[in-house]
Design a protein around this ligand. Structure first.
Ligand SMILES: C[S@@+](CC[C@H](N)C(=O)[O-])C[C@H]1O[C@@H](n2cnc3c(N)ncnc32)[C@H](O)[C@@H]1O
Length: 224
């Protein structure tokens, strides 16, 4: 199987475990500050329309809608996660759509958006076509917000390449391994330049003012 199909299969198999991990707050980095960081990066833009790509079970849509009153839309390629999102938020807008569907021009409900987020949801080697497609779903002055692993926290050798998440931190549960592509800071710069987007803000949320970085949060604009 290809890495792409392994990745899709991992989320199909992990959907129930993932929903439990998020909702029971079993992910320490999220409790330490990454959830708060992505919510803050989105809410400060005061979006009227927000799109969460790779929304999973939908927590970020629910959090942003609650804080801003915006119309939040969630897309994810994993049908079971979209079902979980709808069950938790029956009046919300959630759609099973893969990134390939979006790249191919599938209609995205409620577009265009003031803010589009990818919260730990970019795993493929070539993400340029997806980010270009997302850029076309923005209003003028809209932004794309990406939260991802901080490059210092690479479990590998610090150069671009494929890694494998085995979810070993979640003991006693059967998880399917997920392939994901690590990129360095320089590689992120190249990707963003290739999309035609520009960096508006680059943030490194930490625990306290001197703690290790928890993640990398990029706010990207389509403006030149
Ligand atoms: C680590 S989870 C993060 C979920 C959510 N953003 C959150 O913060 O809890 C990654 C999500 O990306 C979705 N995903 C991965 N590859 C995708 C693809 N090619 N198309 C659509 N969704 C995808 C998975 O189904 C999964 O829900």
């Amino acid at each position: 199987m290809s890495r792409k199909s392994d990745l899709e299969e991992s989320w199909r198999r992990n959907a129930e475990n993932w929903t439990r991990a998020v909702r029971d707050r079993l992910i320490p980095s999220r409790n330490a500050g990454t959830d708060a960081a992505i919510v803050e990066a989105i809410v400060r833009r005061k979006p009227a329309r927000f799109l969460d790509m790779g929304c999973g079970e939908g927590w970020l849509c629910r959090a942003v809608a609650e804080k801003t009153g915006c119309a939040a839309t969630g897309l994810d390629g994993t049908a079971a996660l979209i079902e979980a999102a709808r069950a938790a938020d029956p009046n919300g807008s959630y759609r099973t759509l893969s990134y390939d569907d979006v790249i191919a021009g599938a209609p995205v409900p409620n577009a265009p958006f003031d803010v589009i987020a990818f919260n730990y949801a970019l795993f493929e080697e070539d993400i340029v076509p997806l980010l270009r497609a997302a850029k076309h779903l923005l209003v003028d002055n809209g932004v794309i917000v990406i939260q991802t692993l901080h490059p210092d926290n690479d479990p590998g050798d610090g150069t671009d390449g494929w890694r494998e998440e085995d979810f070993a931190a979640f003991e006693n549960e059967a998880w399917a391994k997920m392939p994901w592509y690590f990129r360095t800071t320089e590689s992120w710069e190249t990707v963003i330049s290739d999309t035609g987007l520009s960096f508006e803000l680059v943030e490194f949320p930490r625990v306290g003012s001197a703690g290790d970085p928890l993640s990398l949060v990029l706010t990207l604009t389509a403006n030149e």
